[in-house]
Design a protein around this ligand. Structure first.
Ligand code: AMP
Ligand code: GLY
Length: 423
């Protein structure tokens, strides 16, 4: 088969790695890819939002399956355009991708479908937002409705902080058009879990759930990031929880999307808060694989990934996946200054003798004209450790993260601390 993976991050490198592992003879293309994807695939220098060029590429190359990594091109309708040219594509069409691209619409879908989520209201008018905030219990959360590169949600301990966040979004317009609509919602207590489900539009196959670490610093302190590490399996995941997630969250959401002529296929990522009764509440939906969750989920899928992606793309019956009993932990190595002002350019040294079970996924890397590997983005690498137990996987990931070198390297040594604390 010939695959095209769209995107250039750690998620896309992991997708290519997983495709290659299952189909060693497959032809792999990445657009635009990074220095890591270049080791497995042919990188084509078309940016992920170059919709027309990507469609031409896939048609010209007679690609058997396109897998779209990031939300941006999905929201721009890349999957619709590819499908209209007869090219099987994994990822939702533009209307369904609004479940991530518009938090206001996503809340509306959840309300209509009766999906448990924080109570909220959506505003385009600053004065009305401030009035609502003024009467809201603390803490509370203020979110830019549109795509804001993971920075659009502000958890506010006080109403004053929430008012400042609303002013920044609706007044100063720090997120531009992404902040034209602002969602103000109640704070949910509990523990977060990322539950990603493959779907052909009606049937779902839950992938091994993962837990992400969004804060920059150890102990979950510091600013929010795209994700500094993740692990899977998570002990919070039980058959009872999965049944609730399917019946209360995924099935009603997919049905409501279909009812609104926005049928969803691909991977529906539910960012959940699990409360003390073990009940799931939706914090957000994403319309794509998580990053860095993918770097721990895919290494745990022993067989069936290609068939499942293909079935989602074609709207066919989902085949069974086999999941390995191994644990996986990934540690993100970020550039100095990440997340606010990441510095690019540092030369990277990856030792050839990393511990057994270490997988190095490139996120923001490039090779310069002299062939030297350099940092080219905020999150530079994601180092996954795979082992028979959580502790073994964590040790491999951490040891490999210590040994990879570049100037300004930032990483957390406590990825999976909740799991470790559970014993
Ligand atoms: P989001 O962009 O909606 O995923 O929000 C980013 C992060 O903010 C989430 O992963 C949570 O840690 C936190 N967050 C967002 N909304 C809420 C909420 N209603 N209650 C508690 N934490 C939240
Ligand atoms: N790791 C969070 C996300 O992919 O949105």
């Amino acid at each position: 088969m010939k695959f095209l993976v769209v995107g250039s991050g750690g998620r896309e490198h992991a997708l290519l790695w997983a495709l290659k592992r299952e189909q060693p003879d497959a032809v792999l293309l990445a657009a635009p890819g990074n220095a890591g994807t270049a080791l497995l695939a042919t990188n084509i220098p078309i940016p992920a939002d170059g919709i027309a060029d990507l469609v031409d590429l896939a048609a010209r190359e007679r690609v058997d399956l396109v897998v779209v990594g990031p939300e941006g091109p999905l929201a721009l309708g890349l999957a619709d355009r590819l499908r209209s040219r007869g090219i099987p594509t994994f990822g939702p069409g533009g209307p369904a991708a609004q479940i991530e691209a518009s938090k206001a619409w996503s809340k509306d879908i959840m309300a209509a479908a009766g999906v448990p989520t924080a109570s909220s209201r959506t505003f385009s008018d600053l004065a009305l937002a401030l009035q609502y905030i003024d009467a809201h219990p603390e803490p509370l959360v203020v979110k830019a409705s549109g795509l804001a590169a993971g920075k659009g949600a502000v958890v506010c301990a006080t109403r004053a902080e929430a008012a400042a966040a609303a002013r920044a979004m609706l007044g100063t317009r720090v997120f531009g058009a992404a902040g034209d609509l602002v969602v103000v919602e109640a704070f949910l207590e509990g523990e977060e879990l990322s539950v990603l489900a493959l779907t052909n539009g009606s049937d779902v196959a839950i992938l091994p759930p993962a837990q992400d670490h969004k804060r920059l610093l150890e102990g979950d302190r510091g600013p929010n990031t795209g994700g500094m590490g993740a692990y899977s399996p998570v002990a919070l995941d039980t058959p009872e929880l999965r049944a609730k997630v399917v019946s209360r969250v995924l099935a009603p959401t997919l049905a409501e999307l279909a009812r609104r002529d926005a049928p969803f296929s691909g991977v529906l990522y539910a960012g959940l808060m699990i409360d003390r009764n073990g009940d799931p509440w939706v914090v957000e939906f994403n319309c794509r694989f998580g990053d860095p969750e993918t770097q721990v989920i895919l290494p745990r899928i022993a067989t069936g990934l290609v068939a499942a992606l293909d079935a989602c793309a074609r709207g066919a019956r989902l085949p069974d996946l086999t999941i390995s009993s191994n644990a996986a932990v990934t540690t993100v190595l970020a550039a100095r200054g990440y997340p606010d002002e990441p510095q690019k350019g540092a030369a990277i040294t990856i030792p050839v003798d990393l511990p057994t079970g270490a997988l190095v996924f490139h996120a923001g890397t490039r090779r310069d004209d002299a062939g030297i590997l350099r940092a080219a983005g905020g999150r530079v690498l994601a180092v996954t450790g795979v082992g028979a137990t959580f502790a073994a996987a964590q040790a491999v990931s951490r040891a490999a993260a210590e040994r990879i070198e570049f100037d300004g390297k930032q990483f957390r040594r406590d990825i999976g601390w909740r799991e470790a604390a559970r014993g």
